[in-house]
Design a protein around this ligand. Structure first.
Ligand code: NAP
Length: 236
């Protein structure tokens, strides 16, 4: 393994932005630990797939332990797994609350704690989380308090982690997307969703991948919430 070759853990890697991140990091020559409930095994020796529900702390333990066992270290954790449930506030069910906080918050907390513990041993590492610009600029047509509650928490935790670890060689950043053309949104909704952005169109998965790659190679950047949202967080 060359000195520049990193070991990157990517959550929510079975489809969408996560699957594109896996491709991009592998194209860069990095080794990847990919996890999601429905992730399939890979023939690629430098790609380890670990299947499981990340809202269960046992999955987080397996992902980090198997990653360290196979590749010896963890350089980057991309907290990408997440779900989005938009409903009027009083229509959210207890099951919605459990599902959204389960993956968006517990799914972040357990694996980040284990990854950072490994990074502390190495005295280097990077945690980057995918949040949402709805946190900064709520939309009247998209009621989604649970997204703001959970992803807003991730933005705040990102800054907090960045400061706690600033002198240890461990960085923490986030990418805050607008609405992105991924399997999360059916093609027939794209025109209406695009119109919600000042730029008048949705983003591409590549826009988010490029932002993650930038942050991962930016040694003086920590505590940054990088908005990749067609102007959504700036105003309307
Ligand atoms: N697309 C957008 O417009 C948009 C906008 C803002 C933020 N984001 C954020 O970007 C991230 C990726 O979104 P996407 O658009 O690529 O969504 P997606 O296509 O729905 O993919 C979500 C990924 O998360 C995984 N996942 C969901 N629940 C899980 C669980 N309990 N345990 C383990 N893995 C789980 C899914 O895999 P399995 O089903 O196989 O488990 C899948 O790989 C999410 O955090 C999302 O909130 C997306």
């Amino acid at each position: 393994m060359s000195a520049a070759q990193k070991v990157v853990v990517i959550t929510g890697a079975s489809q969408g932005i996560g699957a594109e991140l896996v491709k991009a990091f592998r194209e860069r020559g990095d080794r990847v630990v990919a996890t999601a409930r429905s992730i399939r095994p890979s023939d690629d020796q430098d790609l380890l797939a670990v299947a499981g529900d990340l809202s269960d702390p046992a999955t987080a333990r397996r992902v980090i332990a198997e990653g360290v066992d196979r590749f010896g270290r963890i350089d980057t954790l991309v907290n990408n797994a997440g779900i989005f449930v938009a409903r009027p506030f009083t229509s959210y069910t207890n099951a919605d609350y459990a599902a959204v906080t389960g993956i968006n918050l517990a799914g972040f907390f357990h694996i980040t704690q284990l990854a950072v513990a490994q990074m502390e041993k190495q005295r280097s590492g990077h945690v980057v989380s995918i949040t949402t610009s709805l946190v900064d600029h709520a939309l009247s047509g998209v009621p989604s308090v649970l997204a703001s509650l959970t992803k807003g928490g991730l933005n705040a935790a990102t800054r907090s982690l960045a400061i706690e670890y600033a002198r240890t060689g461990i960085r923490a950043n986030a990418v805050s997307p607008g609405i992105i053309k991924s399997p999360m949104h059916a093609p027939e909704t794209h025109a209406a969703l695009g119109a919600l952005h000042p730029m008048g169109h949705m983003g591409e998965m590549r826009d988010i991948v490029d932002a993650v790659l930038y942050l991962d190679s930016a040694p003086f950047v920590t505590g940054e919430i990088l908005h990749v949202d067609g102007g959504q967080s700036a105003g309307h």
